[in-house]
Design a protein around this ligand. Structure first.
Ligand code: G4P
Length: 528
């Protein structure tokens, strides 16, 4: 039997981030195609996600909006490795969700549309990666279509995200006239061959440079000039800088026609670090071969109305996960039976019997389990919690029909636990009119939709003028409670939050009362 450490060395766990429409879904399909997890009919991911929406009520909202809110996990073999691909919601309003998913990833692939470069939502998502210091690979997609100049794109990425861009492949032919790519590591030229919508792997024809120079003529000369320029500025791939999240190895391609996908997937295997010993709350790394442990990075309820249950997604950090083992739920110390462990893709589930560090397990009916919780076996361990994002939108929710108040309360508590929105309560008003707080307003749409569809409790929202939240403590809360333009509320875990209408007002208060405790939350002000 292999050890957890040797199994971990075969794992690559990463996420794809992109602005909607840049090609995340297409690239995911193609990864599956190259991983042999899809038959030649690529497109099954879309077909599957279509089915998923059809069987799921609240995900109807995803269909209406054409966005992805839920995230899922895909596992497939590639070469001698096991790849865990964590899906992230594309819309920046759900960047807190992305942040949690990235807590479970060892790297990310950023997909850019060659015609658009860095788009606002990519920037927000990238900020999230930066906060987690995640190594980042960049894929410049849609090179088969007219787009920006390759060097300009590199410049734009460097200036907008402040990472050194180290192109690993370089295109021959401008965007829209894609001839192929030169691999800067060995100088090999791979010619681009168009396949109908990329239903099969792209044929890879390696062409001798002397032949390519003649056949590709001006496009070849232009690429050589650009490569000379890149060499002169030393934009070479450096694994250490990549792992240290200071540079991003960059690839050109076209996910639709599969071109460049294999090189990218190979880079995931060759460059992305395998899971390592994860530091606990005290910074002490837990050995991969220690008994089982993991932490929950996402909780999702009612993914499938016919199940009406609640799934906690756990990333395994150490040891072997054996379905059926009874583990301890860290925060409560209660035993937790893992009999119902699944691999989850939307509403589709497969029982998972064994898992190793880097893998993701979906634990069904995980009542009481929240995002950030540690589960362990044998030796106790506690992993750092996942910090919550600074909300920037605040609205008061009230149930429309007071006869549905019980359902409303239950629904609000559920959404709070899942982290769909953050819920702040006023000690005096109790649960009557909780304040919902979000990073992006679309989170409110999801909350309203779910309260109505799942809990039968239609609500009315009253927007407020609050824009900033700070964590505070009881003495400061007392001092603040009499002040103008501030409101102090509490979260379910007892944390006190002070809300302010403007940065100016907050700064004035800080100046006038320097002894007040007003702590920032993560991702403050990056909502751009
Ligand atoms: P997303 O998940 O990031 O939102 O993007 P998705 O993969 O759904 O791709 C968005 C659109 O871009 C799709 O077209 C897709 O076919 C197209 N696309 C993705 N990669 C490439 C590429 O490399 N080259 C070209 N030319 N197009 C690409 P659509 O018209 O919206 O959908 P569909 O009808 O083609 O499925």
């Amino acid at each position: 039997m292999s050890s957890p450490a040797s199994e971990a060395s075969r794992r690559r766990t990463f996420a794809i981030i992109s602005h909607p429409d840049a090609g995340k879904t297409t690239l995911t399909e193609k990864f599956l195609l190259y991983g042999g997890a899809l038959n030649a009919e690529a497109g099954s991911v879309k077909a599957r996600s279509g089915r998923r929406s059809a069987t799921s009520d609240w995900m109807g909202l995803e269909q209406q909006r054409g966005i992805s809110i839920t995230s899922t996990v895909l596992q497939f073999p590639y070469r001698d490795c096991v790849v865990n691909l964590l899906d992230t919601p594309g819309h920046r309003d759900f960047s807190e969700d992305t942040y949690r998913v990235l807590a479970a990833a060892d790297a990310a692939v950023m997909v850019l549309d060659a015609a658009k470069g860095i788009e606002p939502q990519t920037l927000k998502l990238f900020d999230v990666c930066r906060q987690r210091e995640l190594p980042l690979l960049t894929f410049i997609n849609k090179w088969d279509r007219p787009g920006l100049d390759a060097l300009e794109l590199i410049d734009e990425i460097e200036s907008k995200i402040d990472l050194v861009v180290t192109p690993v492949t370089w295109p021959v032919g401008i965007a829209g006239d894609f001839r192929g790519v030169i691999d800067r590591r060995d100088g090999q030229f791979t010619r681009f061959t168009r396949v109908a919508r990329g239903a099969t792997e792209a044929p890879e024809e390696v062409v001798d440079p002397t032949v390519a120079a003649v056949e590709e003529d001006e496009a070849w000369t232009a690429a050589q000039d650009e490569l000379a320029l890149l060499d002169s500025v030393g934009a070479d791939m450096d694994v250490e800088l990549f792992v240290g999240a200071q540079s991003t190895p960059t690839f050109f391609g076209s996910a639709l026609t599969n071109f460049g996908v294999r090189k990218l997937l190979d880079a995931v295997i060759d460059l992305v670090p395998p899971p390592g010993p994860r530091p606990d709350v005290d910074g002490e790394p837990r050995s991969l071969d220690a008994p089982f442990s993991g932490f929950v990075f996402k909780v999702q309820a009612n993914m499938d109305p016919s199940h009406r249950d609640r799934i906690a997604f756990l990333r395994v950090c150490s040891g072997e996960f054996d379905r059926g083992m009874v583990v301890t739920h860290g925060p409560t110390g209660k035993p937790f039976n893992t009999k119902y462990a699944h691999q989850v893709f939307g509403s589709e589930r497969e029982t998972i019997d064994l898992a190793y560090p880097g893998d993701v397990v979906g634990l069904v009916n995980a009542t009481d389990v929240r995002v950030g919780d540690t589960l362990w076996f044998g030796d106790p361990v506690e992993y750092p919690s996942i910090p919550s994002f600074a909300p920037e939108h605040f609205t008061v929710a009230r149930v429309r029909d007071t006869g549905r108040y019980k359902q409303f309360r239950r629904g609000i508590a559920q959404l709070d636990e899942e982290g769909v929105v953050q819920v702040f309560r006023d000690a005096d008003l109790g649960d009557q009119a909780p304040m919902l707080a979000a990073v992006g307003p679309m989170q409110f749409d999801v909350a309203v939709y779910r309260l109505e569809q799942e809990f039968g409790a239609p609500v009315e929202l009253s927007p407020t003028n609050y824009r900033i939240a700070r964590r505070t403590d009881p003495p400061s809360a007392e001092a603040l409670s009499g002040m103008r333009g501030v409101r102090v509320l509490s979260r379910a875990d007892g944390t006190l939050m002070a809300l302010f209408e403007s940065q100016y007002w907050l700064e004035r208060l800080e100046q006038d009362h320097p002894d007040l405790v007003l702590e920032r939350l993560v991702a403050e002000g990056s909502a751009g």
